[in-house]
Ligand binder design. Structure first.
Ligand code: FE2
Ligand code: FE2
Length: 273
């Protein structure tokens, strides 16, 4: 139990609780007006994660690690519940019990994967069981590359079909990230032999280039949507949300790169030590 445990816990919880809060809003907006029970549940999750976010922002590096341990447990519980809610909604959509609702099944599956990831991070933090660096590099990239590929697909499908140029660009990103994901899966199945420093380093470099360009595309899309310069059914907050997730992935790539090359990094980034 140390300061680093507190710093890292707060960093994860601050980022992901805001994400979970926003998922509740997006799910709510996609329900039909008669789905009042589901709308209520979504509102409750919004309030739960908003309270968690506020609590996390009020804690500091100096907070007692035992307090953070209990807080992480509480957040873990909330993440498990929102995961179950998302899977329930996915089941309803796939069994055609919400005809006319506006949440894509892949989007609901996607937000449930993010909840599961968050839950898993909290477990790792609280038990102190972190994966060895070479495994973490591959697993985190497999997770985030799929997330990025999904985002490109959502953007493409939520833009107005008349925005032909932007739809093409989004489809191109979707294709690029599917390819990167397959490459990551190949590296995954070739492990442990594939886990050499040069291969992992090249893997991170290649992913970073593509994530930066997707991040810039999302930023442009977000700014255009906010200024009402393009036709779409993308909520401005969703545009910002996917931008922030790309930034998070870049931050993780850089952290891995630093750990791999042994560059000195701030304590927060030293996740694998
Ligand atoms: Fe998300
Ligand atoms: Fe996402």
């Amino acid at each position: 139990m140390s300061n680093e445990f507190v710093t890292r816990s707060l960093d994860e919880v601050r980022f992901w609780s805001r994400i979970m809060k926003e998922h509740s809003l997006f799910l709510k907006l996609g329900f039909r007006c008669e789905d009042t029970q589901l709308i209520n549940e979504a509102n409750q999750f919004y309030a739960v994660f908003e309270a968690i976010e506020m609590k996390a922002n009020a804690f500091t590096v100096g907070t007692d690690p035992q307090t953070i341990l209990r807080f992480n447990q509480e957040v873990h519980n909330a993440a498990s519940h929102i995961w179950a809610f998302k899977r329930k909604v996915l089941g309803l959509i796939l069994r055609c019990q919400l005809p006319g609702a506006n949440n894509f099944p892949l989007l609901v599956d996607h937000v449930s994967r993010e909840a599961f990831y968050f839950r898993n991070r909290l477990e790792e933090l609280n038990t102190g069981r972190l994966e060895p660096l070479p495994d973490a590099i591959i697993d985190e990239n497999v997770f985030f590359l799929r997330i990025m590929a999904d985002h490109a697909k959502f953007i493409s499908h939520l833009l107005d079909p008349s925005e032909r140029k932007l739809v093409d660009q989004a489809n191109q990103f979707s294709h690029d990230f599917d390819q990167l994901l397959f490459q990551a899966k190949d590296l995954e199945s070739m492990r442990p032999q594939s886990q050499t420093a040069p291969l992992l380093d090249q893997f991170l470099d290649q992913n970073r280039v593509s994530v930066k360009s997707l991040r810039d595309f999302k930023k442009t899309a977000r700014d255009l949507i906010e200024a009402c310069r393009i036709k779409s059914i993308i909520h401005p907050l969703l545009a910002d949300h996917v931008f922030r997730e790309a930034e998070r992935f870049l931050f993780i790539i850089d952290m891995f790169e630093n750990s791999l090359t042994g560059k000195p990094v701030p304590a927060l980034h030293n996740v694998m030590d």
